[in-house]
Design a protein around this ligand. Structure first.
Ligand SMILES: Nc1ncnc2c1ncn2[C@@H]1O[C@H](COP(=O)(O)OP(=O)(O)OP(=O)(O)O)[C@@H](O)[C@H]1O
Ligand SMILES: [Mg+2]
Length: 234
């Protein structure tokens, strides 16, 4: 579904992510990991058309997205939930779910995944708690029925117990709808419990990629690549 081939991307001609090759298949959940500033958000932004691609390519279903606007990419089925969640504080929960023009059935299905939002339908997003806002951001993304879902730090500011409840919803959605999910997550071990595979970036370079099970089983290597020390240890 998604293929990055030797992608170098950033905000000007100097790339903050370099030579990254990565794939996400339909129905697959892939974790994008790495320390602060490693280039995770930039990678997601390059895919959704918000960062500059200096070389290499981004393909969705075999189609090269070079030169395509973020809106055109959204029309192809790429939905990006950014770090700041991208909610409109003055709009209610129900209004957010209606925004993309989803049918009632699709809106209800999104709410079914987050029962806590049901009683909050008429509440403005600005008055929701952090966890409720995060649920709304995901629920809204699901109403777009994405082919490719990009999630940037779903768990920002949330208690691990809440993250433990949100991540399986993502897994189940990917399984049921065949959505490809690329997920940036700081709760590494929680992410690797639901992911199929993971990639670790260090200072903009790919340090490690493997199945989630292998990454879970090799904490030392994972920690070393997190710290950008992988190459130095070889
Ligand atoms: N708009 C921007 N213009 C210029 N440089 C930027 C911009 N946004 C990010 N950067 C730089 O790009 C590098 C990678 O940042 P990025 O946000 O991709 O990291 P990250 O892995 O998402 O980190 P975090 O875990 O802190 O969110 C950093 O050095 C950052 O300072
Ligand atoms: Mg980031």
């Amino acid at each position: 579904m998604l293929e990055l081939y030797s992608l170098s991307a950033g905000y000007d001609s100097s790339s903050v992510v370099r030579d990254l090759s990565l794939t996400v298949a339909a129905g697959e959940v892939v974790a994008l990991l790495g320390a602060n500033g490693a280039g995770k958000t930039t990678t997601l932004r390059a895919i959704s058309g918000l960062a500059r691609v200096n070389s290499g390519s981004v393909r969705l279903d075999g189609v090269d997205l070079a030169g395509m606007s973020p809106t055109a990419r959204a029309r192809l089925g790429i939905v990006h939930v950014p770090e700041d969640r991208g909610l409109f504080f003055g709009l209610t929960v129900a209004e957010h779910l209606r925004l993309g023009g989803a049918t009632d059935e699709v809106q209800q299905a999104a709410l079914d995944r987050f029962p806590a939002l049901r009683g909050l339908r008429e509440r403005r997003a600005g008055l929701l708690s952090g966890g409720e806002q995060q649920m709304l951001a995901i629920a809204r993304a699901l109403t777009h029925e994405p082919k490719l879902l990009l999630l940037d730090e779903l768990s920002l500011g949330l208690a691990p117990v809440i993250v433990e409840r949100l991540l399986p919803v993502v897994r189940e959605f990917a399984d049921r709808h065949g959505t490809a999910v690329l997920m940036v997550e700081q709760h590494v071990h929680l992410a690797l419990e639901i992911a199929d595979r993971g990639y670790v970036l260090a200072h903009g370079d790919l340090a490690l990629s493997d199945s989630a099970a292998a990454l879970r089983g090799n904490s030392d290597l994972l920690t070393a690549s997190y710290l950008g020390e992988h190459a130095a240890h070889l």
